[in-house]
Design a protein around this ligand. Structure first.
Ligand code: SAJ
Length: 445
C-alpha cells in the first residue's frame, strides 16, 4: 500500500519505518521543518537507539521518504499529539487540523487511521466534523482508530509483538486497517468500533495510573505505620491474583498523567476513583519535597542534588517529569538545586555536566529516577564531594548497607525507618534494628 504518515514523533516515526520495512511505500510528513531536516540528516533527533536504527534502515530501502508535503496515498495515518489544554481539557486541535490537512489529498475509498490517543467519541466528533468542514463526505472514506500501545524504552519490540485493537467506523474500514498493520504486527489484532477502541486505549493507561496510585498511597501509609511498603507490596504480590506496581516520586510522561483526564472530562461525576488516583499521583512530588524539608530544613545556602530529570528510567524524555515539580517546590522553599541526568534531554533547566558537579557541596541527594547508571553510584565518592550525608531514594534502588557504611542517612520512599550509620567499630548490617531486614533485601533485589 502507499501510506502517508502525519506526525513523525515517537509513534508516527517508528510506525512509518515499520510499515516501510514491511513492504509498503511510505511517505512521512511532519509540520515541523526542523524534524524533517533532522531525519534527513541522520535522525540524531531520535532518542531511542533502536528506533533510530530502524528509521535509518527504512530510509535506506527508499521505501520511507521524509516528505515536505502531504502526498496522496491509499492510507493516511494520523499520529499527532493530544495534550491537555491549560484548563485540563483535552486539546484536540492537532487532530482536527491534521484531518483538514489531509482532506485535499483524499480520494474515495482511502483509509484514514487515527492513532493518537483521544477521548472516546473523537473520530465521530472531531475527524468526521473536520472532513465535512473540508468538503469530504466521511462515508466515502474508510475511518479507523488503531491506538498504539508501545512502551517508551522498548518501542521497536512492542510495535511488532503487542496485540492491537482495530476500531473501524465500518467493518470494511476495520478489515483494511487490519490488512495494513498485518505488514508488521506479529501479534493478534482485535476488531471493534471506533469509540470502543478509543475507550480501550484510555482505560489501559488509566488502569496503570490507578494501580500506581494504590502503590503510592500504600507507601505513604507505610511511612506512618513504620512498615516497609516495598516488602509489603512484594509479599502481597505473591498472591496469584495481586499485582501492585511500584511507588515512586510521581507519574510522568505524556500518556499516563494525561489520559485519565479524557475519561474524567467525559463525566466528572462518574469518575471519582479515576480523579482521586490522579490526585494521589500528582501530589507525590510534594511528598518527596516535604521529606527533604524535614530532613534538611531550609536555610540560605542549602543545596539539594536531584539525580534524574527524565520521566522514568533509561529514557531521555522529560515531559511531565516528577523532577520538574520537585525542583520547583524546593526552589520555592529557598534551596539551591542541581540536577544531573546522563540520559535526559529537553529538561526545562540546564543540567549539570557531571554527577560530581551536582553533588559538590550538596546537603542532600535525592534519587528521583532509577536509571541503570545510578545503580552503581559509589556512596564513598559521593561523600567526598558532598557537604551533608542525607540521601533520599524515591525508587528503592540504593543499597542500605553500602550507603550507611559511607556515613549516609538513607531515607527510602515508603519506609519510615532508615539505615543508620554503623556504630564505630561495628561491622553489622545497617538493617540490624529492623526485625525483617534480611527478608526485605531478599525480596526486593
Ligand atoms: N511508574 C511508577 N511506578 C510503576 C510504573 C511506572 O511510578 O510501577 C511511573 C514511571 O516512573 C513514569 C510513569 O509512571 O513516571 C509512566 O511510566 P510507564 O512506564 O508506566 O508508562 P509510559 O507512559 O512510559 O507508557 C504507557 C504504557 N501504558 C501501559 O503500560 C498501560 C504504554 O504501553 C503506552 O503505549 C504508553 O503509555 C502510551 O503511549 O500511551
Amino acid at each position: 500500500m502507499k501510506v502517508t504518515v502525519l506526525g513523525l514523533g515517537y509513534i508516527g516515526l517508528p510506525t512509518a519505518a515499520m510499515l516501510a520495512l514491511g513492504g509498503n511505500d511510505v511517505s512521512g510528513f511532519d509540520v515541523n521543518p526542523k524534524v524533517r531536516e533532522a531525519l534527513r540528516g541522520g535522525a540524531d533527533n531520535v532518542g531511542e537507539a533502536e528506533v533510530k536504527r530502524l528509521v535509518l534502515d527504512a530510509i535506506e530501502t527508499s521505501r520511507l521518504r521524509i516528505a515536505d508535503r502531504i502526498e496522496p496515498a491509499d492510507a493516511f495515518i494520523i499520529c499527532v499529539p493530544t495534550p491537555n489544554a491549560a484548563d485540563g481539557r483535552p486539546n484536540l486541535s492537532y487532530v482536527h487540523d491534521a484531518t483538514k490537512a489531509i482532506a485535499g489529498s483524499l480520494a474515495p475509498g482511502n483509509l484514514v487511521i487515527l492513532e493518537s490517543t483521544v477521548p472516546p467519541g473523537t473520530v465521530e466528533r472531531v475527524v468526521v466534523t473536520a472532513l465535512r468542514e473540508a468538503g469530504v463526505d466521511p462515508d466515502a472514506v474508510l475511518l479507523a482508530h488503531c491506538p498504539e500501545r508501545v512502551i517508551p524504552g522498548a518501542i521497536v519490540r512492542e510495535l511488532k509483538s503487542n496485540s492491537r485493537i482495530i476500531g473501524g467506523r465500518t467493518p470494511q474500514a476495520a478489515k483494511r486497517a487490519h490488512e495494513l498493520y498485518a505488514s508488521f504486527v506479529e501479534a493478534e489484532m482485535f476488531a471493534t468500533d471506533c469509540t470502543t477502541a478509543e475507550l480501550v486505549k484510555v482505560i489501559e493507561n488509566t488502569f496503570r495510573d490507578v494501580n500506581i496510585a494504590l502503590a503510592n498511597e500504600l507507601a505513604l501509609l507505610c511511612e506512618e505505620l513504620d512498615v516497609d511498603a516495598w516488602e509489603a507490596i512484594a509479599l502481597a504480590n505473591k498472591h496469584p491474583r495481586v499485582n501492585i506496581l511500584n511507588p515512586g516520586p510521581g507519574v510522568g510522561g505524556h500518556c499516563i498523567p494525561i489520559d485519565p483526564h479524557f475519561l474524567a472530562d467525559a463525566n466528572p461525576f462518574l469518575t471519582e476513583l479515576i480523579q482521586t488516583a490522579r490526585r494521589v499521583n500528582a501530589r507525590m512530588p510534594n511528598h518527596v519535597a516535604r521529606r527533604i524539608r524535614e530532613l534538611v530544613p531550609p536555610k540560605p545556602g542549602r543545596k539539594i542534588a536531584l539525580l534524574g530529570a527524565s520521566y522514568k528510567a533509561n529514557v531521555d524524555d522529560s515531559r511531565e517529569s516528577p523532577t520538574e515539580r520537585i525542583d520547583e517546590l524546593l526552589r520555592e522553599h529557598g534551596y539551591a538545586t542541581a540536577i544531573y541526568d546522563p540520559v535526559a534531554s529537553g529538561f526545562s533547566r540546564p543540567l549539570c555536566a557531571t554527577l560530581d558537579d551536582a553533588l559538590r557541596d550538596a546537603d542532600a541527594l535525592v534519587l528521583v529516577v532509577d536509571h541503570d547508571a545510578f545503580k552503581s553510584i559509589d556512596p564513598a565518592a559521593a561523600a567526598r564531594v558532598m557537604r551533608g550525608r542525607i540521601a533520599v531514594d524515591a525508587r528503592n534502588v540504593l543499597g542500605a548497607d553500602e550507603w550507611a557504611a559511607a556515613g549516609f542517612d538513607l531515607h527510602t520512599l515508603g519506609r519510615k525507618a532508615h539505615a543508620k550509620p554503623p556504630l564505630p567499630g561495628a561491622n553489622g548490617s545497617s538493617n540490624a534494628d529492623r526485625p525483617h531486614g534480611a527478608v526485605v533485601s531478599n525480596i526486593t533485589q
